[in-house]
Write a protein that binds this ligand. Structure first.
Ligand SMILES: [Fe+2]
Ligand SMILES: [Fe+2]
Length: 196
């Protein structure tokens, strides 16, 4: 939506181009890190839940949609994906540590900054070594079918604040991250026409 494009300062992503969509999500992830850093109390808790959800569905979509394609579609793709999966694993471990902390915990911010560095490094490497090759290695029909998978994943992770978050006791019981990843996998596979 236009609101989002205005907020991120980026032009609206082409909905039929999987690379444009994933790069827009990288921007949304950066914005959510800012939001967590700049808020406190319930607002920070809410922003952090949205960040965790977006990271979970973003990485799941990449693992289901673009990594398998990259692996077989350009020379050296196998190694590029291996390196990216290594980075994703490291980020997920930091995320799991963070997820068990309250956002008011004194160790939360240093851990969040570590996660931010890991995620930024990973996103840059994807854009540089993987996404550029994906665009060159396929046609618009294939980019659009991969985009459908990524959009199905994105629908599982609202990036806007929850209404009423400022009210006391706003409880972000959104379920464990692993379950969200499983549901996202199913949604992506369905959208791309491969069940199970
Ligand atoms: Fe990734
Ligand atoms: Fe990514």
């Amino acid at each position: 939506m236009t609101v989002q494009a205005e907020q991120s300062g980026a032009p609206p992503a082409d909905d039929n181009d999987v690379v444009a969509l994933l790069m827009r999500q990288h921007g949304d992830i950066r914005n959510l890190f800012d939001e967590v850093e700049d808020s406190s109390g319930d607002a920070r808790r809410d922003a952090f839940r949205r960040l965790v959800r977006l990271l979970a569905v973003h990485e799941t979509a990449e693992e289901e949609v673009v990594h398998p394609f990259a692996r077989r579609s350009f020379p050296g793709g196998e190694q590029v994906v291996k390196d990216r999966l290594q980075e994703e694993k490291a980020a997920k471990e930091t995320l799991a540590d963070l997820d068990s902390l309250d956002t008011d915990d004194p160790t939360f911010m240093p851990q969040l900054m570590k996660l931010r560095r890991d995620v930024q490094h990973h996103a840059r490497a994807e854009e540089r070594y993987e996404f550029t090759h994906i665009r060159r290695s396929t046609d618009s029909a294939r980019l659009a079918s991969m985009a459908r998978g990524v959009k199905a994943a994105e629908a599982m992770a609202p990036t806007r604040p929850h209404p009423g978050v400022e009210s006391a006791g706003a409880n972000m019981a959104l379920g464990p991250v692993a379950a969200l990843m499983d549901r996202t996998k199913d949604a992506v596979r369905k959208a791309m026409g491969k069940d199970g």
